[in-house]
Design a protein around this ligand. Structure first.
Ligand code: BES
Ligand code: MN
Ligand code: ZN
Length: 508
């Protein structure tokens, strides 16, 4: 879909010849002298147009407006949340009208966050999965013109939003693909294709190399499947080599049967989404190519299937992880932490600024937080704050969970350094405590997206979360490090100036 941004008041919007003109009308609507403004304020006065978020008033071929259809939408207080719900309800009408070109007009000076919310909502409503359909429906809406009184004020937010749409849709696409169309090898090919640009690199390791490295935990999960594992290393070099990277680690279980600790049949198909963390890392890299922030980013994806088989790992088996720690695999369905722990150890070699792993890790997190917020665990308060803030600004929310050492008690075992499961209680936290043992060498955060990565039921499908959150986080790191760099350049400059003055003084 093609998004454009334009400066327009309602008089210009009225002259626009798209298929449908959608106007967001806030409670505090301030009419100008133009005909459309007058029409809207008359509508409000007459009680025909309700400015509560999501309330609609439609018209067809009215003389004041060039577009065939006009849709007025209440935008409530004009906040990010209310604009999102307004655009979502407008999109139901837009989709039913099967139009190709839409102009979406926001007649007040809204913030960049509001622009982004509107654009993401339009994209979200019109995304259609097509890969495995023999006669794909495709997307009707092709062209979206977003108009507001001052386009220049929000142009960078607009650029970020359009890039985020690309990343989110890429993540949705890969997460939605069934396991036979999204094997570890296919994920690796997708990663390679993403790394075409000059600032990108991609390296893919197969079973032999992973064995040689000593990733015994990852190998144990993969050994029950005929699909060979892949360990994907993506690199984005957005700034000086010496600048420590942010490492993103995405759980890439392309199908999770549970293994020998097999899952029940109902809804097992949804375990094709168990590589949503990996898909979010791919989506982030896709968007990085558009945004080009001044930051270094590494993406690590351990990708394999978790299958029951004659060769599969068995409950009670003990394996040696890349870190050297031995693990008793009491439940083969707790496989995510096994592939992640070796990837976390691998991350040490990059001497990262921070490591964030993203995983559909526990049903328990879904029980705790539902589908609204992802679970956030962090060993650094600064990192936690930055991710929470990124969640708020992108409206891709998360919620911080605890990491008290007492939660690790249940992971103790007589037969290895650590067991891969504790009891039922606090399952999302005990999983995080397991991972923390492998993340002691850097600032680390873990996002449990079990409840947020996909929706079940009639609208079954991937959400693309938390690509939006991660992008905002990376952009915030890029901005703050470039500020710090600028400041230290200034300080250094002052220092040398003072030094040269001193020398000059002595010379005299
Ligand atoms: N991929 C699942 C977690 C999951 C389950 C996410 C349902 C979303 C919906 C993970 O590999 C898993 O099976 N976790 C187990 C852990 C348990 C065995 C300690 C779980 O949550 O039941
Ligand atoms: Mn599992
Ligand atoms: Zn899993």
């Amino acid at each position: 879909m093609n998004f454009e941004l334009a400066t327009m008041n309602l008089d210009r919007a009225a002259a626009d010849r798209s298929d449908i003109l959608v106007v967001l009308v806030p409670e505090a609507f301030a009419p100008n002298d133009d005909a459309l403004s007058q029409l809207i304020s008359d509508g409000i006065k007459a009680g025909e147009l309700d400015t509560k978020a999501g309330k609609l008033l439609q018209a067809w071929r009215i003389p004041e407006v060039k577009a065939a259809r006009v849709l007025l939408v209440g935008a409530g207080d004009g906040s990010v949340r209310q604009v999102r719900s307004a655009v979502a309800s407008a999109m139901a009408v837009v989709k039913a009208a099967s139009v190709k070109r839409m102009t979406l007009c926001c007649p007040w000076e809204c913030t960049g966050d509001v622009v982004r919310a509107a654009i993401l909502t339009v994209a979200d409503a019109t995304y259609v999965y097509t890969t495995t359909k023999s006669r794909p429906e495709g997307r009707m809406l092709h062209q979206v013109l977003f108009g507001l009184p001052d386009a220049t004020a929000v142009s960078s937010a607009f650029g970020l939003a359009v890039a985020a749409v690309g990343g989110i849709e890429f993540a949705r696409e890969w997460a939605n693909r069934p396991a036979n169309h999204a094997t570890p090898a296919l994920l690796a090919e997708a990663a390679r294709a993403l790394a075409k640009g000059p600032k990108f690199q991609c390296e893919v390791l197969g079973p032999k190399q992973v064995l040689k490295l000593g990733m015994g935990a990852f190998l144990a999960v993969a050994q029950g499947s005929l699909e060979p594992l892949r360990f994907i290393v993506l690199k984005y070099n957005g700034t000086a080599k010496a600048s420590p990277p942010v490492v993103l680690v995405g759980k890439g279980i392309t199908f999770d049967t549970g293994g020998i600790s097999i899952k029940p049949a109902p809804e097992m198909d949804e375990m094709k989404f168990d590589m949503s963390g990996a898909a979010s890392v791919l989506g982030v890299f896709r968007a990085l190519a558009d945004i080009k922030p001044g930051i270094n980013v590494i993406g690590l994806i351990p990708a394999c299937e978790n299958m029951p088989d004659g060769r599969a790992v068995k409950p009670g088996d003990v394996v040696t992880s890349l870190s050297g720690q031995t693990i008793e695999i009491l439940n083969t369905d707790a496989e995510g932490r096994l592939v992640l722990c070796d990837a976390l150890t691998y991350a040490e070699r990059f001497k990262p600024r921070a490591v964030v792993d993203i995983a559909t890790l526990t049903g328990a997190c879904m029980i705790a937080l539902g589908a609204v917020r992802s679970g956030l665990f962090a060993t650094s308060d600064g990192l936690a704050q930055a991710l929470l803030a990124a969640g708020e600004s992108s409206q891709d929310l998360c919620w911080r969970m605890p990491l008290d050492d007492d939660y690790a008690e249940g992971l103790k075992t007589n037969f290895a350094d650590v067991a891969n499961v504790a009891g039922k209680a606090g399952g999302a936290v005990t999983a995080a405590k397991f991972l923390q043992r492998f993340a002691m060498a850097f600032d680390w955060a873990h996002l449990d997206i079990a409840g947020t990565a996909w929706k079940g039921g009639a609208t079954k499908g991937a959400t693309g979360r938390p690509v939006g959150l991660l992008l905002d986080y990376l952009v915030s790191v890029a901005t703050s490090t470039s500020l710090v760099a600028a400041r230290s350049r200034k300080v250094a400059g002052r220092g040398s100036l003072a030094a040269s003055r001193r020398t000059a003084g002595r010379g005299r």
